[in-house]
Design a protein around this ligand. Structure first.
Ligand code: UDP
Length: 377
């Protein structure tokens, strides 16, 4: 397993349970990849070191799976946004709409009103902008999505797929839960503890601060690669585009912003959001507080890749890398970086469980156990 994030850990565990001997390597000094959490030595706050991760899923199997390794505390993500000089509730809900337009509409009135704002000539939205104009109209789009998205992705929402906005609901009631999923929560002792427990198995050996080499590959029957897809091929066709994040970390006393996540919708504010990490663990109490001011920019070779961009150019390159990957024997590509997709944690775990099942099946019948997890474009 190259990479000790959710993909490597879950696959490793499933295959170790089936009797395989597993080596997990990671270049970092910790497991859990970008989900890594660590208590701040100064304040005691559990910090989401690479930015916030909130567990949410409708997949009962995945929810049951993670419960085996961690106690989950209830957590509802309630996001606010500062835009045009006011603080609003996200995702766009009845409170947001009434506040924004200075009205007191009920659900049916708001629905009818937004329909008058929406561009109903767009019947099959393809881009982020079309999706927004179709569902909320230009005013709400300008205030909440246009500037934020431009900052987050470094390009016009006209050039981004509608799928990115489809992550967010629009509600005609006062429900301000950011996610629609039935199961939501936070692992009480953090994600690193959760991943370490998944990896805690006599059949699994973990080597941190270890770079993958052909020699390591030669000592194993099969490689599961959860690093960047293009990285496996030494970027020989060029680099797939990613956005990376810069975090400016500060500590303070008390409650600095009153919520876990405050987005900034205006384009002239350089950061996209500020996260206050103690609010991700509402069952704990701390005097001190840790804040991350978050900015996105193009990912350079030495940066940590976060968000796959997947625009037209990247898709052409991705196709070529997928062809290379399909022609490679003895390796399976998994996870967000390995399959170059904007995956949430629950989907990553589901795909790792499925890949483990496919591998076990292939192994049992003696076929070449290549499992390629990248779905067609
Ligand atoms: N988004 C936005 N305004 C917001 C929050 C999100 O325009 O206040 C857009 C933005 O393009 C973002 C996408 O919606 O990339 C998905 O948002 P989500 O909160 O799911 O992003 P994540 O937490 O994964 O960064």
């Amino acid at each position: 397993m190259v990479g000790a994030g959710f993909s490597g850990a879950v696959l490793g565990r499933e295959l170790a349970d089936a009797g395989h001997q597993i080596t997990v390597i990671d270049t970092r000094a910790h497991v859990a990849g970008n989900c890594h959490t660590q208590r701040c030595a100064q304040t005691g706050v559990m910090v989401h070191v690479y930015g916030p991760h909130i567990f949410h899923t409708d997949d009962a199997g995945v929810w049951d799976y993670v419960q085996q390794f961690a106690t989950f505390e209830p957590y509802k993500n309630r996001v606010k946004t500062t835009a045009q000089g006011q603080v609003f509730s996200l995702p766009i809900n009845l409170h947001t709409i009434n506040q924004f337009y200075g009205k007191t509409m009920n659900p049916a009135e708001a629905r009818a009103f937004i329909e008058t704002q929406a561009d109903t000539s767009i019947t099959d939205p393809q881009t982020f902008e079309e999706q927004a104009l179709r569902f909320v109209g230009p005013d709400l789009y300008d205030a909440f999505f246009k500037g934020y998205t431009q900052k987050q992705w470094g390009c016009s929402p006209r050039d981004l797929p509608a799928s990115i906005l489809k992550r967010l609901p629009v509600r005609f009631n006062y429900d301000d839960n950011y996610f629609m999923h039935k199961n939501q929560g936070m692992p009480r002792d953090g994600y690193t503890d959760l991943v370490a427990r998944i990896l805690d198995h006599p059949g699994i050996t973990v080597h941190l601060e270890t770079t993958f080499t052909p020699e390591i590959a030669a000592q194993h029957d099969h490689v599961f690669w959860s690093g960047p897809l293009d990285g496996y091929f030494d970027y020989r066709l060029g680099r797939l585009g990613y956005r990376t994040l810069d975090f400016e970390r500060t500590t303070a006393q008390g409650d600095a912003q009153g919520c876990a996540v405050m987005n900034y919708g205006d384009e002239d504010v350089p950061h996209t959001r500020i996260t206050e990490h103690k609010h991700f663990s509402p069952w704990e109490e701390h005097e001190g507080t840790v804040l991350y001011v978050e900015r996105a920019r193009a990912c350079e070779p030495d940066d940590i890749p976060y968000y796959p961009i997947r625009m037209v150019e990247e898709k052409a390159l991705l196709r070529d890398y997928i062809a290379l990957a399909e022609a490679s024997e003895g390796v399976t590509f998994v996870g967000r970086l390995g399959t170059y997709r904007y995956l949430d944690m629950d989907v990553t775990i589901r795909e790792a469980l499925n890949a483990a099942d496919a591998f076990k099946e292939a192994h049992a019948i003696g076929t070449r156990p290549d499992v390629f997890a990248v779905p067609p474009l």
